[in-house]
Design a protein around this ligand. Structure first.
Ligand code: F6R
Length: 642
């Protein structure tokens, strides 16, 4: 949902800003821009489309397309692109600047609507992530004062409003502070002012913003990967805080203008996590990272005795009486994270015998939710910044619920506002389509469900120990599934032109099907839907014809025969079929066109990893269609607006 960056220091700001923006491109890529303060004036460059078009605009050189190139050619093209980015410093010079990569909300993607936006005289430049909800009112008031607007964005009002207050005192901090008081909605802002060439003013409310603290240089960014190359010391700005960045120090203030003294936090993410490391795309890299991510998420929570797992322990909290006596689990999340919740519903019901409600956060927040004293409320969010999820969390807290958050992002809003946090240790997820975050979310949820079963006495001791053993083997099972890649790749090359793709399954598999279908939609734009297999004949089967591919998830041996019948039914109507199952030879031998065999995991744990073939299928369909799976159209990774 838009990425913003800023730099002040000794270096030429332009390549620093562009490199940082490249790391945030997952947040939006329909236009990009920078504003750099040169010797006298602010120079603004912006371009519609991905960041490479901005580089082309600045340097006048075409950036080579790295699509359909061999590995060596891709590496060469990437090196050339990196050199082109470095050369931008010859065209736009200055040691302080701000930048933006956009996911359009107000106003179509265009050069004009791209950020930064400036005041009329071009002496104040602003980049913004979020939505100014009362922009129309402010705009008409500013127009009545004679301000002429150039773009259709909500952000432009911020530049003019700051200018309005700047004219009163010629003090940029005062001007930003006053303007913020008038803004309704959400923002992370970076502000540059020609008359204050030594500083950037930044502020946030309901959108993430970090300040990177370097040596003789400081940064702002929407997310940590943007600045990892330069520093690992960061301030996570709190709600309504304002930061003023100089080359040699950073001042933090609350919204009343009072100084805040706080030490920066240290980030120990591996730098390579923000690079493709020889993979063609982040999505493929992140699919391959799942065995490690699952290990990192699982291991610290297993207690070992004589080299065998004997218990589950979360450092973050104790499984106290509230777990034993809980009446319901309520799970709220968006998109992929909510589908992890759907699968977890079956896990909690199976292991802990407790009713579970799963709700899309965007629905939950607009209802008058019924929460009870003995509910356990769980929010799931990779980014920890999804606006709807965050609001659902706040509502739950206002209703008196204790909120447990499962998130991948240390320091995120969700992690700071929840009562207890369980981290998925998946490392940064850069590709827009979530892969390793989903499977690690499931790992956390299964751990909770199994431990809860033990605490409530709904799982026998021996079964508990067996489940722990089986959980420990999940990362290597994930590895085995990834080895099926050539079969999936070939199948994708045969099927990527299909008009309709239906994922079907029963119980756990019916929930997993939703995530499988979403992955395919997102990256390949193929029309895919998920149906519980038993429901097919109640309507959806009318859609099936020879242009249909039906993918069945079949990880429940007791239901193999039922699924096989469903496959025969769609096959009789001309559909192609693929089955993802542990049973490579038996039930599906005569009905499926292709079988992807996944290893037995035991205890219904297959659902943690059964999505992996579907992730690979989505990835390869996108590649076959010449699409960039890392940057699907119309999407952005972190949805920080409603
Ligand atoms: C799909 C995807 C989205 C996110 C959703 C919630 O691949 O990534 O559906 O899952 O926007 O995001 P988080 O988990 O960051 O709250």
């Amino acid at each position: 949902m838009c990425g913003i960056v800023g730099y002040v220091g000794e270096k030429n700001a332009t390549p620093v800003l562009i490199n940082a923006l490249k790391k945030l491109e997952y947040r939006g890529y329909d236009s990009a821009g920078i504003a750099v303060l040169g010797d006298e004036d602010i120079i603004v460059k912006k371009a519609k489309g991905a960041i490479k078009y901005l580089v082309e605009k600045i340097t006048g050189e075409i950036v080579k397309d790295s699509k359909n190139l061999s590995k060596e050619e891709t590496e060469k093209a990437e090196a050339e692109y990196a050199a082109q980015i470095e050369r931008t410093e010859n065209f736009v010079k200055g040691n302080i600047g701000i930048g933006h990569t956009r996911w359009a909300t107000h106003g179509e993607p265009s050069d004009l609507n791209a950020h930064p936006h400036t005041n009329v005289s071009g002496t104040i430049a602003v980049v913004h992530n979020g939505i100014i909800e009362n922009y129309a009112k402010i705009k008409s008031w500013l127009q009545s004062q004679g301000v002429v607007f150039r773009s259709q964005t909500d952000t432009e009002v911020v530049a003019h409003l700051i200018n309005y207050y700047y004219e009163q005192k010629k003090d940029i901090f005062f001007a930003v502070q006053q303007a913020l008081k008038k803004l309704e909605g959400s923002y992370a802002l970076g502000v540059l002012c020609r008359d204050f060439p030594d500083r950037i003013v930044a502020a946030r409310k309901d959108c993430p913003l970090i300040v990177g603290v370097g040596k003789g240089e400081n940064f702002i960014a929407s997310d940590v990967p943007a600045i990892l190359e330069y520093t690992r010391e960061v301030h996570y700005l709190e709600q309504k805080e304002i930061a003023v960045l100089y080359a040699d120090h950073v001042d933090l203030y609350n919204d009343e203008g009072e100084r805040i003294i706080r030490e920066p936090s240290h980030v120990d993410w591996d730098l390579s996590a923000a690079k493709k490391d020889g993979y063609a795309h982040f999505m493929l890299k992140e699919i391959h990272e799942q065995p490690k991510a699952l290990t990192d998420t699982l291991r610290p929570r297993l207690v070992f005795e004589e080299n065998r797992p004997s218990d589950i322990r979360f450092e973050e909290f104790d499984f106290d009486e509230s777990w034993k006596n809980a009446g319901r689990i309520v799970i709220t999340a968006c998109g992929t994270a909510s589908y992890a919740g759907m699968v977890a519903r079956y896990a909690f019901e199976k292991f802990a015998r407790i009713p579970v409600v799963v709700d899309a956060a965007s629905e939950f927040r607009y209802r008058n939710p019924i929460l009870k004293q003995d509910d356990i409320f769980i929010v799931i969010s990779q980014s920890g910044e999804t606006a709807d999820t965050l609001e659902a969390l706040r509502i739950a807290k206002r209703c008196g619920a204790k909120v447990i958050a499962i998130t991948n992002t240390v320091g995120s809003s969700v992690s700071r506002e929840a009562d207890k946090v369980i981290y998925t240790w998946a490392g940064p997820e850069i590709a827009v389509a979530s892969t390793k975050a989903y499977t690690t979310q499931l790992m956390c949820l299964y751990l909770l469900a199994i431990k809860m079963g033990e605490v409530r006495g709904t799982i026998e001791k021996q079964e508990y120990l067996t489940l722990l053993q089986q959980l420990e083997e999940i990362p290597q099972k994930a590895e085995k599934i990834i080895q099926e890649l050539p079969v999936v790749q070939k199948f994708a090359s045969e099927q990527f032109n299909k008009e309709k793709i239906f994922y079907i399954g029963r119980l756990f598999d019916s929930a997993s099907s939703m995530e499988c279908a979403l992955k395919l939609k997102e990256v390949s734009y193929m029309h895919s839907e998920a149906f519980s297999a038993g429901e097919l004949k109640h309507g959806p089967i009318a859609l099936v014809d020879k242009n249909t591919l039906v993918v069945a998830l079949a990880t429940e041996p007791a239901l193999y025969e039922k699924i096989a019948s469903n496959i025969l039914e769609v096959k009789a109507r001309g559909a192609s079929t693929m089955v993802i199952t542990q049973d490579g030879k038996g039930a599906f031998k005569n009905c499926a066109d292709t079988i992807i065999q996944i290893p037995e995991c035991g205890g219904d744990l297959e659902s943690i990893v059964s999505v992996i073939p579907a992730q690979l299928f989505a990835y390869y369909c996108a590649v076959q269609k010449g699409l960039n799976p890392d940057m699907p159209r119309n999407l952005a990774k972190s949805v920080t607006v409603e």
